[in-house]
Design a protein around this ligand. Structure first.
Ligand code: ATP
Ligand code: MG
Ligand code: MG
Length: 549
């Protein structure tokens, strides 16, 4: 059974629909526009949209933009693009900041009921008096302000009479609650800051724990799905809905966050990588962002299949190996990608017995595992490039590729034999002189003798220059000595750039086209840096797989 069948939220929704508690399922994906989305968000996106789809419900995209200090319209744009690219269509688009007026009114409802008070303690004092898991907190000295005074002060907070941090509005719940979130949490704070949507209209902003349940209720969300770290906030979520007298009563359900090995997965840390220029932007192919994975060459299908495989479990800190993600892109591209030849680190070979000035066309299969992709013609002539690694002047034991006196098969072409090694003044090999045997042409049925090695190549005259970018994990293993940050653990080899060649028939290739290069793996045409003169390829993944799904 697919892992998704273990989705406990699905069971709850089915039950809610059966009992009539829910008429129509409404879910939401609520990103804060303070960075680009990452693969962890993809999990939340898939869950919310797929659950609603399955029960013929609806999903909202809601920008949870209640913190003016970190948000930006650039992020709004990228988030929309990423959700759509993943293959989902939101039913309605909302900005939480559009509800600031209603949130203010609901805070007033609390004040009028004596369920909220204006507190003059500093953030530090509030933290100090909050208590611990074993110790109750202490009541604020401002806790017993009258309804009138609280209302007056809250209105003046809104009017801009106080400085940032001078006053907050707190819910009046229970300073002795075993759940620390219920100990008179702050629900409004003062921030004289420009907001990307509401401009300077507001100088007080609601806190997440107050705003989020109201947003869900205002939109008629039925099942509010969030990550495990909010499980302890659920009683407060329910309290806000009830005490603010919301008509719609949404319910919160939690699932485990998705984490990947050898990377960081928090917008704050990803932003640091961008700002400190460790990477070349949010969409750098080494980033675990949706835009980085897209640019590297991942497909929406592969990401969705991967997410499905990770399942919906109520445990925190599940760290999934990147190998698992790689498995799904190999699966997706196996039958789809054209298989061609590319030489990443070229060494010129002159075939001395091949007629000068002659070119012939050879037949090559486009994908041996998918007949329907047909065949192509590739040029062959006296000069070709092979991979530097496919030659050893002094072969080690078990080396079956090219070395002086040895014969190998050129994929789709002929056997060639290395006759002479040409070197420069420093002794570096600059060229090989080989002979070919016309009898051995690929497809001719030649059985006269066997060779142990098959290597790839491209014809030199017509080859297209190309740059190849090979990636490794951005962050080395997570065991870090105390006091070190993830920035001290950056893999210095996360990017290797090589200049080589691809087959001439690839001149039509355009950004985001994907290929399998014989023996090298899957590559994506970089959509940003490819030019008319030079194709730039990002390696998505090598051919080897050590992950078994
Ligand atoms: P980050 O720490 O990366 O900024 P966040 O939770 O603050 O993450 P939001 O923009 O608030 O980011 O996230 C939108 C939704 O995506 C939330 O419902 C959140 O729970 C979910 N989400 C974020 N990160 C992950 C993750 N690693 N795995 C699963 N869901 C995630
Ligand atoms: Mg958040
Ligand atoms: Mg965050």
């Amino acid at each position: 059974a697919p892992a998704s069948s273990t989705n406990y939220i699905k069971t709850i929704i089915a039950e809610d629909l059966k009992t009539g508690k829910t008429q129509e399922v409404v879910t939401r994906f609520p990103p804060e526009p303070n960075g680009y989305l990452h693969i962890g968000h993809a999990k939340s996106i898939c869950l919310n949209f797929e659950l609603a789809d399955e029960f013929k419900g609806r999903t909202h995209l809601r920008f949870d933009d209640t913190n003016p200090l970190k948000e930006d319209t650039e992020y709004v744009k990228s988030i929309k693009e990423d959700v759509q690219w993943l293959g989902f269509e939101w039913d309605k688009l909302f900005f939480a900041s559009d509800y600031f007026g209603e949130m203010y009114d609901r805070a007033v409802v609390l004040i009028k009921k004596g369920k909220a008070f204006v507190c003059d303690l500093t953030a530090e004092q509030i933290r100090e008096t909050r208590g611990t898991l074993t110790q109750p907190g202490q009541n604020s000295p401002y806790r017993d302000r009258s309804v009138e005074e609280n209302f007056d002060l809250f209105e003046r907070m809104r009017a801009g009479e106080f400085k940032d941090g001078e006053k907050v509005l707190r819910a009046k719940i229970d300073m002795a609650s075993p759940n620390i979130n219920m100990r008179d949490p702050v629900i409004y704070r003062i921030a004289h800051a420009h907001h990307h949507n509401t401009g300077d209209k507001w100088c007080i902003y609601p806190m997440y724990d107050f705003a989020h349940p109201l947003e869900d209720a205002i939109e008629g969300v039925t099942h509010s799905i969030c990550t495990m770290e909010f499980a302890d906030h659920r009683p407060l979520y329910d309290w806000v809905i009830e005490e603010c007298e919301m008509e719609c009563v949404p319910h919160q359900y939690e699932f485990g966050r998705l984490n990947l090995t050898n990377t960081v997965m928090s917008k704050r840390l990803l932003k640091q990588l961008v700002e400190e220029k460790v990477v070349d932007g949010w969409d750098d192919p080494r980033m675990p962002t949706i835009s980085g994975l897209r640019r590297k060459g991942y497909t929406p299908e592969a990401i969705r299949d991967f997410i499905r495989e990770t399942g919906v479990v109520k445990t925190n800190n599940s760290i999934v190996e990147e190998k698992m993600l790689e498995h799904f892109i190999r699966e997706d591209l196996k039958l789809k990608a054209l298989r061609t030849m590319a030489v990443l680190n070229p060494l010129k070979v002159v075939i001395t017995n091949y007629p000068e000035g002659q070119t012939e066309l050879l037949d090559a299969e486009n994908n041996p595992e998918n007949e329907s992709m047909g065949h192509r013609q590739i040029p062959f002539s006296r000069e070709i490039y092979i991979e530097r690694d496919d030659f050893m002047e002094e072969p080690v034991k078990g080396y079956f590729r090219l070395f002086p006196g040895n014969e190998v098969r050129l994929k789709n072409a002929y056997f060639i034999k290395c006759e002479e090694v040409v070197k420069d003044a420093d002794g570096n090999v600059t060229e090989l002189r080989c002979t070919y045997d016309p009898e051995t042409k690929s497809g001719s049925g030649f059985t006269g003798r066997k060779v142990k090695g098959t290597i790839h190549w491209v014809e030199a005259m017509q080859a297209r220059p190309a740059e190849f970018r090979l990636y490794e994990a951005l962050i080395l293993d997570e065991d870090m000595a105390e006091g070190l940050s993830f920035l001290d653990n950056i893999n210095p080899n996360s990017l290797e750039t090589l200049q080589g060649f691809v087959e001439s028939n690839m001149s039509e290739a355009k950004g985001q086209d994907k290929f399998q290069f014989f023996r090298h793996g899957y590559f994506n045409v970089d959509p940003k840096q490819t030019t008319a003169e030079k194709l730039v390829f990002n390696r998505i993944v090598s051919l080897k797989s050590s992950f078994d799904a």
